[in-house]
Design a protein around this ligand. Structure first.
Ligand SMILES: NC(=O)NCCC(=O)O
Ligand SMILES: [Zn+2]
Ligand SMILES: [Zn+2]
Length: 466
């Protein structure tokens, strides 16, 4: 048992002074303005700290096989790093290859994820369509705790899904009470522009953003929303990075469509200048998709979050070390796409969002935890501080500073995109299912302690655009 004493509780709904008692079952047993410490119960001093639901990162790629290599953070190291930053749950992605059924791929990912230090769930990627996929989606939803499916409109000749398959998948998911998520970039256009650039001899990382201009995201976001609108089903767009993407989402919501948008902190902080300069490796370390954008897109992302048009933040945590990035030394299209960030998401969002007055602490909780739990139907088990919820809690020091560095981070990757950045807002202590797993610099993550989050289906209304 653990008594969190003397802190200020902050949830998506509001803030109040209160104590929390975590029960032996890893759930919140009691919340009250003051609680007497039961005999034998450990006390965690929360005086001067904000007590918030643990972060949920709905977009990670631990040990993901991708672009001829495997992401370097595995389910243990990646989730442990998350705990050090206040994130207590992830939703990762099962990516079936063309020879493996969805259910077998899900089983293989369950196996890999057994080493997780924090709780985890899975979205399952649909890359093509056939009868077996139709049946496997039902098995996954009804027997395997999956309530979301992922679609890549990018990565032609690899993960990219055609529109017809996407439509089939969206209809099937809606019948089953699942939600579809989508990486919105026009994969045909990207492949075409990549070939143009390579034929002009533009082989370095500075060509990466040129091959994926904002219109490529705008078109795909608009198309995904239009296709979802034809069926009247919900859609969740991952890593929205452009003004065009925000506009497509906001306009659809105003038409009455159920559309959600996710933001990555790195898109709020970095612009396309990260690809310039003579240091090849440094530029390659920022190669991810969608790429970093001209500055004015950041204002649109902030506006989307502040107004509630964009609901979640994630990291798309996908780590590749220098030798892996160097696979694309002579051809930027072969640089494994991905950036790390699970450990820093909450601090970066606090620093640039709450500290600057753009977001309230309550909005911060909504954007880092509660909205994700609601959209993916694990609320109030996750994303809340209610009695009976999982005791996943972060004790946050809103005024503490830390300087981010690969020398001190816990992520299994040899660089940090935020290297040298000093941020205000630090996870002082993290509690996972009632256990203190991060205590002011002391990481006590336990390999295998994370549990699978079985997510139930949720029936949603058919909502065609008005
Ligand atoms: N984002 C990225 O560059 N890599 C991971 C795969 C994806 O989410 O597109
Ligand atoms: Zn993506
Ligand atoms: Zn991703």
């Amino acid at each position: 048992m653990l008594h969190v004493k003397g802190g200020t509780l902050v949830t998506a709904e509001g803030s109040k002074r209160a104590d929390i008692l975590c029960g032996p079952d890893g759930k919140i047993a009691h919340v009250a303005s003051t609680i007497e410490t039961p005999t034998g119960c450990d006390v965690v001093d929360a005086a001067g700290l904000l007590v918030m639901p643990g972060g949920i990162d709905p977009h990670t790629h631990m040990e993901m096989p991708f672009m001829g290599t495997i992401a370097s953070d595995d389910f243990y190291t990646g989730t442990a790093a998350g705990l050090a930053g206040g994130t207590t749950s992830i939703i990762d992605f099962v990516i079936p290859d063309s020879r493996t059924s969805l259910v077998d791929a899900w089983k293989a990912w369950r196996q890999k994820a057994q080493k997780s230090a924090a709780d985890y769930g899975f979205h399952v990627a649909i890359t093509h369509w056939n009868d077996q996929i139709y049946h496997d989606m039902k098995t996954l939803v009804e027997q395997c705790g999956v309530n979301s499916f992922k679609h890549f409109m990018a990565y032609k000749n690899a993960l990219m899904v055609e529109d017809e398959a996407f439509l089939h998948s969206m209809r099937r998911a809606a019948e089953l009470g699942a939600i579809c998520t989508v990486h919105a970039e026009n994969g045909d256009a990207v492949a075409y522009l990549q070939q143009d650039l390579l034929s002009e001899g533009r082989t370095g990382p500075e060509a990466h953003p040129v091959s994926r201009p904002p219109a490529v995201e705008g078109e795909a976001a608009h198309r995904a929303i239009t296709l979802a609108g034809l069926l009247g089903v919900p859609i969740y767009i991952v890593h929205v990075s452009t003004q065009e993407g925000v506009k497509a989402i906001s306009e659809a919501r105003l038409r009455g469509q159920e559309v959600y948008g996710e933001v990555l902190p790195q898109h709020l902080v970095f612009d396309e200048s990260v690809y310039e300069g003579s240091d090849w490796l440094k530029a390659a370390q920022y190669v991810m998709s969608p790429p970093f954008r001209p500055k004015h897109h950041q204002a649109a992302l902030w506006g989307g979050m502040m107004s509630g048009q964009l609901q979640t933040t994630a990291t798309d945590h996908c780590c590749f070390c220098a030798p892996q990035k160097e696979m694309g030394k002579t051809d930027f299209t072969r640089i494994p796409n991905g950036t790390p960030g699970i450990e820093d998401r909450m601090s970066v969002l606090w620093h640039y969002g709450v500290k600057t007055g753009k977001l309230s602490p309550e909005q911060f909780v909504a954007l880092t935890s509660t909205n994700t739990a609601q959209i993916f139907n694990i609320y109030p088990q996750k994303g809340s501080l209610e009695i009976g919820a999982d005791a996943d809690i972060v004790l946050w020091d809103p005024d503490a500073e830390r300087t981010i560095s690969a020398k001190t981070h816990h992520q299994n990757v040899d660089y940090n995109i935020y290297e040298g950045m000093t941020v205000t807002g630090v996870a002082k202590k993290t509690i996972s299912k009632g256990h203190l797993v991060w205590n002011e610099g002391d990481l006590r993550a336990v390999r295998g302690a994370g549990q699978y989050i079985a997510r139930q289906p949720k029936s949603r209304n058919i909502r065609k655009p008005l």
